[in-house]
Design a binder for this molecule. Structure first.
Ligand code: GAF
Length: 404
């Protein structure tokens, strides 16, 4: 299948050096600083965050960098090394669709923060350099909004004291209201609040987090980017979310999290039981089943990690994949192939990660077998005539931070 492609993280200080120089060329002045925010991979707990449930992501060492200079005239000038066109305009004109595309994630955060600061003069020049693979389901968009958000928080005096937890809310609002993506907060939470060398158990009900140690020293997490472009904007993500909200309303709860998972075995089918109530909502039954079983898998996986039970961690990951494929219907053939090939090569567990419909899978693999498992996945892709996937080592890294 040819040599494997490994996506390596950048070195913070190297990026900061070159980005500062390019910022000077473009904007005629040095930036006030350079900020970095990580992408993420989620180990388990998918499509649970907007249902008030649990997830278990980690921050990747792959980050998005933003060189920023504060402006006090309310103007935003946004550029990226990865995009031919930027955007320029007053912060007060930012709204859904203007700007659109990647710039909405930066402008959206600036607009929400300007409102928060009560100051229409909040503005900035930004030059972005993304080292989180784009469209790979590894949260490059949250990394973008979080890097810009943290920069503004640090540079605008009226925002002094705004906590990372509050900044999560700002970035989610920007993404929902300006970028027009109805995402649930997991990605921004882990980007801003990760704990180095740990996973983060997120309880989306109150957005609280608990660091969880990686207890399997002989194993690592291998990410496979299928290179099938993942986009949440095509309506499928929102449709899933709407189905869950309608189901919760029909069942008389504020979110699916409030349902006792035992209803699945105990009285799911009884007259006036959940199965009957959900009958009229297309696909609600399997969608609800996924969310309830997935929440349990998150807590079970945390317990299995504590017990250093590799086989159990792996089987919970694989069960999560099956549920996302069959009940939630957000996988795709390339993700299924990755999981199948990785398991076939001896990995204890594998699953799609992130929103789905393309993007990446995460594989639990013995350190001594990483190359071999990656090789098997690449060969499976080649046999199917698919473009070669890319690989990255998911070593849990620190949260968003100021580089200089
Ligand atoms: C995307 C969203 F942005 C997250 O909020 C989450 O819902 C995820 O899909 C699915 O778990 O990454």
């Amino acid at each position: 299948a040819g040599p494997l492609t490994w996506l390596e993280p950048a070195v913070d200080t190297d990026v900061a050096d070159s980005l500062s120089t390019q910022f000077l060329d473009r904007f005629g002045d040095l930036p006030d600083g350079v900020w970095a925010a990580p992408g993420r991979v989620n180990l388990v707990g998918e499509h649970t965050d907007y249902n008030g449930g649990y997830a278990l992501p980690l921050a990747l060492p792959h980050r998005t960098y933003a060189a920023v200079r504060r402006r006090d005239d309310g103007l935003l000038r946004v550029a990226s090394l990865q995009a031919p066109h930027g955007w320029e305009g007053p912060v007060t004109t930012v709204r859904q669709g203007s700007p659109d595309g990647w710039a909405a994630y930066v402008a959206g955060v600036a607009s929400v923060l300007a409102e928060r600061a009560g100051a229409a003069e909040v503005g900035m020049d930004v030059l972005v350099d993304g080292h989180v693979p784009l469209g790979a389901g590894l949260s490059s968009s949250a990394a973008l909004s979080c890097s810009a958000g943290l920069a503004l928080r640090d540079l605008v005096p009226q925002l002094d004291g705004l906590s990372e937890a509050e900044l999560v809310g700002v970035c989610v609002r920007a993404e929902n209201e300006v970028a027009g993506a109805a995402t649930g907060g997991m990605d921004q939470t882990v980007s801003l609040r990760a704990v180095d060398e740990h996973l983060l158990l997120l309880d989306a009900r109150d957005r609280s987090v608990v660091p969880v140690a990686w207890t399997l020293p002989d194993h690592e997490l291998l990410v496979v980017d299928t290179r099938v472009h993942h986009a949440l904007g095509d309506g499928q993500y929102e449709r899933r979310r709407r189905t869950c909200e309608e189901a919760a309303a029909a069942l008389g709860v504020g979110s699916l999290r409030e349902l006792d998972p035992e209803v699945l075995d105990r009285d799911w089918e009884r007259p006036a039981g959940p199965a009957r109530v959900l009958h009229g909502i297309p696909d609600a039954l399997p969608r609800v089943r996924h969310v309830l079983t997935e929440n349990e898998r998150v807590l079970d996986l945390v317990a299995a990690l504590r017990e250093q039970d590799v086989a159990r961690v792996g089987s919970l990951m694989t069960a999560s994949h099956a549920s996302l494929r069959d009940d939630y219907e957000v996988s795709c053939p390339e993700l299924d192939l990755t999981v199948e090939a990785a398991l076939g090569a001896g990995a204890p567990g594998a699953r799609m990660t992130g929103g789905g419909f393309g993007g990446s899978a995460v594989v639990l693999v013995a350190r001594t077998e990483v190359e071999q498992v990656a090789e098997s996945v690449a060969q499976a892709f080649a046999r199917e005539g698919l473009d070669a996937p890319a690989f990255l080592h998911a070593v849990p890294g620190p949260p968003a931070h100021r580089v200089r």
